[in-house]
Design a protein around this ligand. Structure first.
Ligand code: ZN
Length: 251
């Protein structure tokens, strides 16, 4: 896999830039200025834009980038066609994108919950998952139901352990506060929180994060854990996920 770097934008967004020689693929450019600075600094040509969902902090830079790089191809979820202007290719679940210039192909995963049309892009071991899964947390339910989001996270859980989660927000420390409160018996969490605090003190991202780590420390991915269900007095994964998500909203 080519190298992937985080372009920081707004307060806590990451716009991912995958480069292959002098070509750049950009994921969720909410802010054109941040992207253009990065492209100039590294003398890159914008070739591809991948959009996961319609929120402005993921799409706000598309128009300006397309004006400057009219040949760049913008991929976006078909179900959000009316909310994402300037896209070129509309994608549905299980579509395959072939990017010959990058020597890459991505599989599209429809992951409703945060928004109804939300998609992720998977090219092993990389998962660009937008606002579905975060380090130690998951996206808010703006449009979908808790059951839909649990279904989406369950699909991510079918991917291999070494999958790298490229989420689009640095919410990790706040998420870990909730995780430690929600899952106090989880001994992995304390060590992991310490590591994340060190990363942030060094102003380094806590992303990407391996799925194997998230399986251990992310309470939203542990909804099938019988011990955690017992602690929360819930009897199945959907109910525990629903309880966790609603507790996090109020935390
Ligand atoms: Zn969003």
């Amino acid at each position: 896999m080519s190298d992937i770097t985080a372009i920081a934008a707004f307060k806590d967004n990451y716009i991912w830039c995958l480069r292959q020689a002098k070509l750049a693929l950009i994921v969720d450019p909410g802010d054109a200025t941040a992207v253009l600075q990065h492209l100039q600094l590294h003398q890159l040509q914008l070739a591809v834009i991948l959009i996961t969902h319609h929120h402005p902090d993921h799409t706000g830079g598309i128009k300006e980038l397309k004006q400057l790089w009219p040949d760049a191809v913008v991929y976006a979820p078909a179900l959000e066609q009316d909310k994402i202007p300037y896209a070129d290719v509309w994608l549905e679940d299980k579509d395959q994108i072939e990017l010959a210039d990058f020597n890459l192909s991505f599989q599209v995963m429809q992951l409703p919950g945060h928004t109804l049309g939300h998609i992720a892009y998977y090219s092993a071991p990389v998962l660009f998952c937008g606002d579905t899964l975060f380090n130690a947390g998951c996206g808010r339910l703006f449009e979908g139901t808790a059951a839909q989001m649990w279904q989406s996270l369950s699909r991510i859980l079918t991917l291999p352990d070494q999958t790298l989660i490229y989420a689009t927000h640095e919410y990790t420390l706040a998420n870990l506060e909730f995780a430690r409160w929600a899952d106090p018996d989880n001994t992995e969490l304390a060590n992991y929180q310490h590591w994340c605090q060190q990363q942030r003190e060094l102003q380094q991202p806590t992303l990407p994060t391996p799925l194997a780590v998230q399986r251990q420390i992310n309470p939203f991915l542990r909804a099938e854990d019988v011990g955690l269900q017992h602690r929360w007095q819930q009897h199945n994964a959907v109910d525990l996920f629903t309880a966790l998500r609603s507790a996090k909203d109020r935390f």
